[in-house]
Design a protein around this ligand. Structure first.
Ligand SMILES: Cc1cc2nc3c(=O)[nH]c(=O)nc-3n(C[C@H](O)[C@H](O)[C@H](O)COP(=O)(O)O)c2cc1C
Length: 353
């Protein structure tokens, strides 16, 4: 199967993979505030993540490019949405265009459609420093994402089997490029030990990419004859992963959350437990393909509006305030954190002012 056919398979199967009846975000509950003492007009959504100044804490996470016309059109429309709504946007893995230059246009369109926005390049951890520089130059990127996708590769019939040396290669890239490097998972989450290792080699932003959203084990299992069913529910749920990661994050590393965010309340909860920004992929793709570009622009504007409403109810005028809002952690999320030695009372007993 060609790389370009595989890209389309991922999109097709990802669209079928968006129905999730249960969400770990339901196990986080805000403590109601009867005297929030602010107006919706006070609420500001702009925020800095490391060196990146974002007008919204939401970004369009890495999805596509490198699969000819169909992926060109998706990237073009996603970039138009980003341009119109002020969201940062990551492109899908650019290895396809590094290996086959005729695919460059499917990524370059993202910068053309959004000349002054925040665009993030993307490669896997097999990349060399020269390939990283080429990916950044291709879209005049403001940052570079390096994805870690061990479970996806192991499930992929034609996937990689050797993951040795990834941390060393990431360190070489961090030293070689002059934009911030964001290391991300693709839906299996990161433990605090992984976050520690990444921050020790100079990675300044970490997207924990937790379990609960688009599931690449399921997507790749659709493409296998013998299914690896043991990977279907493998991974650290997104809220757990954000809390684990931010429990050790210092001043030099920012934690970003992604994996299963579908609306304003999930995003607000993700930020309240420690994420500096939130990436969304599958839900945006589904809205774009099933409802069209205007519906996606509307959806983003509605999410921003609803975030302001929820933040008003909490008395949080800024993203920094929101990160101090008190909340209860219940159910499996509570048990998981407890077993990992993280005291959840920090969240239930704090206050904004
Ligand atoms: C169709 C599709 C293609 C993807 N391709 C990439 C990719 O090339 N590089 C990458 O880092 N992540 C890729 N991802 C993963 C997303 O960036 C994100 O980590 C994952 O989908 C979980 O977020 P979600 O639940 O909001 O979809 C892809 C996701 C989708 C849906």
């Amino acid at each position: 199967m060609s790389r370009s056919e595989r890209k389309w398979d991922h999109i097709r199967f990802a669209l079928k993979n968006q129905e999730k009846p249960l969400s770990a975000f339901d196990e986080l509950k805000f403590i109601h505030q009867s005297l929030p003492n602010i107006s919706t007009l006070d609420v500001r959504l702009d925020h800095s993540v490391g060196e990146l100044c974002l007008s919204s804490p939401i970004f369009i996470n890495a999805m596509t490019g490198g699969g000819g016309e169909k992926t060109y059109r998706i990237n073009k429309e996603l970039a138009q949405v980003a341009n119109d709504t002020g969201l940062a946007m990551a492109v899908g893995s650019q290895m396809a265009a590094i290996k086959d230059k005729t695919e460059r246009y499917t990524y370059e369109v993202v910068r053309k459609e959004n000349p002054s926005g925040i665009v993030i390049a993307n490669l896997g951890s097999e990349a060399t420093p020269d390939q990283a520089k080429e990916a950044i130059e291709m879209v005049e990127a403001n940052a570079l994402q390096i994805h870690l996708n061990v479970i996806q590769e192991l499930t992929m019939p034609e996937g990689d089997r050797d993951f040795s040396g990834a941390l060393y290669r990431i360190e070489s890239i961090v030293r070689a490029v002059d934009v911030p490097v964001i290391v991300k998972e693709v839906g299996f989450g990161m433990s605090r030990e992984t976050v520690k290792s990444l921050s020790s080699v100079g990675v300044s932003v970490i997207d924990v990419g937790g379990f609960g959203g688009t599931n690449f084990a399921e997507i790749e299992n659709n493409r296998r004859e013998r299914v690896l069913s043991f990977f279907a529910d493998w991974g650290i749920p997104t809220p757990v992963s954000i809390i684990e990661a931010s429990s050790i994050a210092g001043h030099d590393v920012a934690i970003v959350g992604s994996g299963g965010f579908r609306g304003a309340i999930d995003i607000v909860k993700g930020i309240a437990i420690g994420a500096e920004a939130v990436g969304m992929a599958g839900f945006f793709l589904q809205t774009l393909i099933e409802k069209g570009i205007d519906s996606l622009k509307e959806e983003v504007k509605t999410i921003h509006h609803e975030m302001a409403i929820i933040m008003t109810a909490l008395g949080a005028a800024s993203i920094a305030d929101l990160q101090k809002a008190p909340l209860m952690i219940t159910g499996e999320t509570y048990h998981w954190l407890n077993q990992r030695g993280i005291d959840t009372k920090i969240f239930s007993q704090r206050c904004i002012k």
